[in-house]
Design a protein around this ligand. Structure first.
Ligand code: ZN
Length: 257
C-alpha cells in the first residue's frame, strides 16, 4: 500500500527539483569564482607522413630522449593533450613506431601511458617479469628490421610480483617455467645483505635490475639481426626500471655489447 498521497508526492518532487537547482547554481558559482578559464593547448594533430619522416630522421639516442621527456610529462601530471579519434583515423593507414618496449604485464605499468606516447608511437610486448624468449625477440626483429623502430627498451618495475615469485621459487602451473627464466637474475645478486626472498625489498629490487640487464643481453644473444643493427648504430638495446610510486623511469647505463 502506498502511504504517500499524490499531493504529497508532487510536493516532494518540487522540493527535490529546487534542491538540485540550488546545488547546481552553488557549484557553478564556486567554479566561476575560483577557477580560471582553461588554458590547455589544443591537441596535436598527428600526420602519418610526418610520423614517417620523424621515425626515419631520429637516432636511437634521440628516441631515448623523447621517452625520457614523455615520462617526465607523465610523472609530473602534465601529459600532452591528444585527439584520439583523429590519431586512430590517421594511424589506421600505417605505423612508424620509434621504439619497441618489452615490459611486465603489471596493470600499473602500461608503457604508452608511462611514456605519454600516442597511437602508433610504440611497439609494446608484455610478459610477466619482462623476460625475453625467441618469439618475443622475433617480434622485436619485426619492429626494428621491418618497421623501422630505433630502440629496444626492456622495462622492469619496482615491487614486481613475478620477480618476487622468482625470489621465493614459487611453483604454479605454467608460471613455474616462466619464473625459472628469472632464476639467473636471482642467483646473480650477491651484494645485498639480508634474506634472499621477497621479504627483503632491497634484494627484490636488485634482482629486478639484474633481470633487466640479463634480458638485454639475452636479446643480443638470441638475435644476430638485432646485434648487427646495434653494432651498426641503427638501433640501441637498453633497459630501465619504472618506479610505481613516483611514476619515474630510471634508465640503466648501457650494457656492454
Ligand atoms: Zn611485474
Amino acid at each position: 500500500m502506498n502511504l504517500i498521497q499524490p499531493a504529497q508526492r508532487r510536493f516532494h518532487f518540487a522540493v527535490a527539483v529546487i534542491g538540485v537547482l540550488a546545488l547546481l547554481f552553488a557549484t557553478e558559482g564556486c567554479s566561476t569564482a575560483k577557477t580560471a578559464p582553461p588554458t590547455t593547448a589544443p591537441p596535436q594533430r598527428r600526420d602519418l607522413a610526418a610520423m614517417k619522416a620523424q621515425q626515419a630522421a631520429l637516432t636511437p639516442s634521440q628516441v631515448l630522449e623523447l621517452l625520457r621527456r614523455g615520462n617526465e610529462r607523465f610523472a609530473s601530471g602534465k601529459p600532452e593533450p591528444r585527439d584520439m579519434l583523429h590519431d586512430r583515423q590517421t594511424t589506421a593507414a600505417g605505423q612508424y613506431p620509434q621504439a619497441v618496449i618489452l615490459s611486465c604485464i603489471d596493470s600499473r605499468a602500461p608503457a604508452e601511458t608511462i611514456f605519454d606516447a600516442g597511437l602508433g608511437d610504440l611497439f609494446n610486448a608484455r610478459i610477466a617479469g619482462n623476460i625475453a624468449d625467441a618469439d618475443l625477440v622475433g617480434s622485436m626483429e619485426f619492429a626494428c628490421a621491418v618497421s623501422g623502430a630505433k630502440l629496444v627498451l626492456v622495462m622492469g618495475h619496482t615491487s614486481c610480483g613475478a620477480i618476487k615469485g622468482a625470489c621465493d621459487h614459487v611453483q604454479l602451473g605454467n608460471l613455474t617455467g616462466l619464473l625459472q627464466k628469472i632464476e639467473p637474475a636471482v642467483v646473480s645478486v650477491h651484494d645485498v645483505p639480508g634474506n634472499r626472498n621477497s621479504k627483503n625489498t632491497a634484494f627484490v629490487e636488485a634482482v629486478s635490475e639484474a633481470n633487466v640487464r640479463l634480458t638485454v643481453q639475452r636479446i643480443r644473444d638470441l638475435s644476430p639481426i638485432l646485434r648487427d643493427m646495434e653494432k651498426a648504430q641503427k638501433i640501441q638495446i637498453t633497459g630501465c626500471i619504472y618506479d610505481l610510486a613516483t611514476g619515474r623511469v630510471q634508465f640503466l647505463s648501457s650494457n656492454p655489447q
